[in-house]
Structure formats: C-alpha cells, structure tokens
Ligand binder design. Structure first.
Ligand SMILES: Nc1ncnc2c1ncn2[C@@H]1O[C@H](COP(=O)(O)OP(=O)(O)OP(=O)(O)O)[C@@H](O)[C@H]1O
Ligand SMILES: [Mg+2]
Length: 249
C-alpha cells in the first residue's frame, strides 16, 4: 500500500480537485484506491458524487479505537474507488492527536487496510497542524499545487524548509503549477521555467479551466466530465508520473 497526499498551506489552490481526479484515474487503472477527505469542509464529496453523497461519520468513534477505519469507508463510489467522506468533527482531529503525542495515529488507522488497498489518497485541509504534520511524515509523496504567483512560491519555500527542519524528507514534496492562466503575464513567466523557482518541480501544469470548476456542480471527476480537456490530459500525465514515482514502473 502506498500513501500520497495533496497538501498546501494555502487555500483554494486545487488540492481537492487534484486529489479527486488522481484517485479516480488510479481506480480506472485497476489500482484499488481509497480517497480520504481529511478536510472538515468536505469538498471532495461534492466533486466525487454530488451534494447528495452519503454523510461522513463522527471522528470520535474512530479515534477512541472502538470502530476500525473500515467502518468509515464507503465502498466502490466508483469501481475500485473507496471513499471516506469528511465529517465536521474532523475539526477535532488535532486535539485528539495531541493526546496521543508521539504516535502516528493516522499510520495506525490505515495499517489494517494495507492488504486490500493499493493506494491511499489523502486530501488535506489548508492548515499546518498536527494532522498535516502526521500526513507529511507518513506519506510516500506529497503533491503540492502552486498557483503561479510570488506569494505562492514564497509559501512553497516555507513548506519545504519546514519539511527539511522536521526531517520528513523534503524530496517527497512534489510541487506543480495549478490553475495556471496563460492570459496573465506573471503566470506565463513563472510556468515557462519552473526549475528557476522550484527544486525538482513536476513537469505538470494544470491550467485554469472552467471544466474543473464544473466538477463541483456536476459531482463528477474530470475524466468523466471533460476527458478531452487540457486539464484532464494534465491529470493523466500526473497519474503516469505518480505511478513511476511510487512503483518505479
Ligand atoms: N484548474 C482549475 N481551473 C479552474 N478552477 C479550478 C481549478 N482547480 C480548482 N478550481 C476551482 O477553485 C476552487 C478551489 O479548488 P479546490 O477545492 O480544488 O482547492 P483546494 O486547494 O482543495 O481548496 P481548500 O484549501 O479550500 O481545500 C474550486 O471552486 C474549484 O472548482
Ligand atoms: Mg480542498
């Protein structure tokens, strides 16, 4: 079982869109996938199955060890794609994790799934908290969407330094440009030579595209909604790269 996360301390940069699209593409390539929406706002539910998605369960039952994580999973939202929806109680994750300091609680929760799950995709909230620290420590790779602006690059440097300081392995952080709008001069300049600004950027640019915005309205991944769009091609390229990263395929 491999674990990847989509994370950035900045909000609204395309983490959830990428997490959902990559989880869907993984499931389509016969990879048994679990997408876990760790953000109490629960946006992944909207992208995946519309607003009527089955509700998440209270976190307390999971954290006091009375219910295994399997009980929180909605099986086969799509074939090969299981899903743990967020619940507003996920806001309390940090308090619970503090009480259990020293253990990677997330790792312990996921361990029993390792036989039947090939890939876990964690969609993180835009905060730097104990939860996201555990994610950074645990994940095999963390994909970091960056809108091509100076502020975004600045927050990337901070995240990279934080990961280095904590010895999480800064190499597992994989930055890529997201919501890139070629009509904007700064966007064009920054995406022209990402290696000038980023260490080992992915060769992936997800464009600003109305098709991605429509995911929330239609409740479908891009591969279903607009497979011929440039953004869908970007996510397919990204999934190919993730497979190479994780399984050296
Ligand atoms: N490539 C894109 N092109 C156009 N709109 C996009 C793109 N990616 C995301 N969006 C839109 O931007 C908004 C934020 O996207 P998303 O929810 O994926 O970001 P996020 O980083 O997960 O946000 P949060 O930090 O709130 O969790 C959504 O309305 C989404 O539809
Ligand atoms: Mg999100």
């Amino acid at each position: 079982m491999r674990i990847i996360a989509f994370y950035s301390p900045k909000g609204g940069v395309g983490k959830t869109a990428a997490a959902v699209n990559i989880a869907y593409l993984a499931s389509q390539s016969q990879c048994k996938t679990l997408l876990w929406d760790l953000d109490p706002q629960g946006a992944a539910s909207f992208y995946l199955a519309g607003a009527e998605i089955v509700k998440g369960k209270k976190l307390s039952k999971l954290l006091d060890g009375k219910s295994p994580v399997a009980k929180f999973i909605h099986d086969d939202v799509y074939p090969n794609l299981d899903f743990i929806p967020a619940h507003s109680s996920f806001r309390n994750f940090d308090i619970k994790l503090d009480q259990d300091a020293g253990n990677n609680v997330l790792r312990q929760m996921l361990a029993p799934l390792s036989e039947e799950t090939s890939l876990v995709v964690l969609d993180c909230p835009p905060t730097l908290s104990r939860l996201t620290e555990q994610v950074l420590a645990l994940a095999d790779a963390v994909y970091v969407p960056l809108v091509p602006t100076w502020l975004s690059l600045n927050s990337w440097t901070q995240l990279r330094d934080f990961a280095k300081g904590k010895k999480f392995g800064a190499k597992k952080l994989k930055p890529f440009f997201s919501m890139a709008d070629r009509r904007k001069r700064l966007h064009r300049e920054l995406i022209a030579s990402p290696e000038d600004y980023l260490e080992q950027p992915l060769d992936i640019i997800i464009p600003y595209a109305s098709a991605v915005e429509r995911m929330g309205e239609e409740g479908q991944p891009l591969e279903v909604l607009a497979p011929n769009s440039v953004a869908a091609a970007g996510f397919r390229k990204m999934w190919a790269g993730i497979q190479r990263d994780l399984w050296k395929r």
